[in-house]
Design a binder for this molecule. Structure first.
Ligand code: ZN
Ligand code: ZN
Length: 154
């Protein structure tokens, strides 16, 4: 019963809580979509409830870490969603599923991602304020957001 309730919340939130942004290179025409939003789990899902649900949303390494953390601490919460990251060196954009684990209000685990080109640690970026980035194909600074192309995940 508990699991069913969780599942229904999970399914609803999949559809309405994210946005997709299209970036297009003005120079070479390369196009890519970036997702942002909490499409996987509602904010502050109890970690234990997630683990008991039997659903595996993450990479096995993260899943293993979550099990380990749940054994170490009681009453943890988990939050996950798509976030847009930027490499501070290459200025390339990435969308990644960020996982945060909270103990009370303190974050005890946060996803860490590295740039696949230079290996630097990626930084969270505010896609709403980002006007242009570096095109991953031609490497010009002409990778721009297409304002008419916002769409909610469906
Ligand atoms: Zn880089
Ligand atoms: Zn380009």
């Amino acid at each position: 019963m508990k699991i069913n309730a969780f599942l229904s919340i999970f399914i609803c939130n999949c559809k309405i809580m994210g946005q997709s942004y299209t970036y297009r290179c003005e120079y070479c025409g390369y196009e890519e979509h970036f997702n942002e939003g909490h499409g996987f789990l509602i904010h502050s899902q109890p970690l234990e409830q997630y683990l008991n649900s039997g659903i595996k949303l993450f990479h096995y390494k993260i899943h293993r870490l979550l099990i380990k953390l749940a054994k170490q601490y009681d009453g943890l919460f988990i939050q996950a969603g798509f976030k847009v990251y930027k490499c501070p060196k290459c200025k390339l954009l990435y969308d990644k599923i960020e996982v945060r684990v909270y103990n009370e209000k303190k974050v005890i685990h946060k996803s860490d991602f590295r740039c696949s080109v230079c290996g630097k640690r990626l930084k969270l970026t505010n896609i709403h304020r980002l006007k242009n980035a570096i095109c991953p194909v031609c490497h010009n600074k002409t990778f721009k957001i297409e304002y008419e192309n916002f769409k909610l995940w469906a």
